[in-house]
Ligand binder design. Sequence first.
Ligand code: HEM
Ligand code: NAG
Ligand code: NAG
Ligand code: NAG
Ligand code: NAG
Length: 323
Amino acid sequence: MASNLVVGFLAIFSIILLLAGTSDAWLRKPHFYASSCPNVEQIVFNTMKQAVSKEPRMGASILRLFFHDCFVNGCDGSVLLDDTPTSQGEKMAFPNRNNSIRGFEVIDAIKSNVEAACSGTVSCADILALAARDGVQLLGGPTWNVKLGRRDARTANMTLANLNLPPGNAPLANLTELFARQNLNIREMTALSGGHTIGFARCTNFRDHIYNDSNIDPNFAATRKASCPRPTGTGDFNLAPMDIQTPNTFDNDYYKNLVAKRGLLHSDQELYNGGSQDSLVKMYSTNQALFFQDFAAAMIRMGDLKPLTGTNGEIRNNCRVIN
Ligand code: HEM
Ligand SMILES: *[C@@H]1O[C@H](CO)[C@@H](O)[C@H](O)[C@H]1NC(C)=O
Ligand SMILES: *[C@@H]1O[C@H](CO)[C@@H](O)[C@H](O)[C@H]1NC(C)=O
Ligand SMILES: *[C@@H]1O[C@H](CO)[C@@H](O)[C@H](O)[C@H]1NC(C)=O
Ligand SMILES: CC(=O)N[C@H]1CO[C@H](CO)[C@@H](O)[C@@H]1O
């Protein structure tokens, strides 16, 4: 009897410890809006579906938007804020500027559809987290449960965006450090980089790699040079697919390309250049299921970054401006 009681207490006690110990106790998965906005996931999905069928690249652009939100003070919708005369947003940070990050109109459309159904309830940060998940799935990738309950920042920080967002010419050590800063390990970094199986990059971001680096397939380099002239300032905005085979399909081609030395960015090829990530890249290149599993898990971890919860922040009425 007495020992049963002790065992029971121990069990309850360890459950409490477990709950207190999980880093994600703050977000109720995934039913945060179950009574306040029961259709939110459907509304986001339907609007994303329309946007992606109109322009498949939008799935990629929204995924990147979420990444750039989370790496600057957590997933708090800060990246969505426009500049105002008195406060600078993050849209002019170097990795974001000149409309390199895009998809704001789609987020606006989702927000207005969500507001029509449940006014003043769902944060822009949560909308972005859901939309990124849906974009990946709509292009053929994995899906996952998005933890909800984030609130929106009342500030943005362009300086921090410049410091925290990885540049396309970064070496492996720098990439590793930038992800470690966000408590993401190197395996999670390599999995998340698989986001580059969709979307496009500008000549200005891969010019040096195709003209100056030697760890690149010469035929691939020649193909890319055809639409990315050498002199700076010429064709800077010309686009190339991050995955030369299927830029609108979320698959494991990114890793196959790295193994074949067809990474588009210098930073991409750093993951398969004789270093610590070679074996994982090789594994993902032959095991898409493993990549999908790791990618989904890492997206959830990235989505957990420094959330505003409770009464912190706000639920923005318009994703571009604070209330
Ligand atoms: C590992 C470090 C990373 C670096 C250095 C990097 C860098 C870049 C660069 C330079 C571009 C092209 C931007 C342009 O030319 O306008 C790009 C595009 C993109 N990135 Fe990353 N990125 C990284 C990680 C990630 C992660 C973690 C994700 C998402 C999970 C992601 C998703 C994307 C997507 C989807 C695009 C294409 C966007 C579009 O077509 O609109 N990237 N990235
Ligand atoms: C923005 O981030 C930088 C770098 O962490 C920090 O020094 C600065 O105080 C931040 N600015 C604001 C307005 O929070
Ligand atoms: C890599 O990190 C070092 C040290 O922080 C920095 O000086 C250098 O500019 C970075 N290089 C790139 C290409 O980001
Ligand atoms: C390649 O390297 C040379 C020498 O360091 C440099 O002048 C040039 O700007 C680099 N980039 C390209 C696209 O040639
Ligand atoms: C290629 C390029 O960088 N173009 C523009 C990007 O945005 C800055 C700031 O607005 C402009 O000065 C550049 O000309």
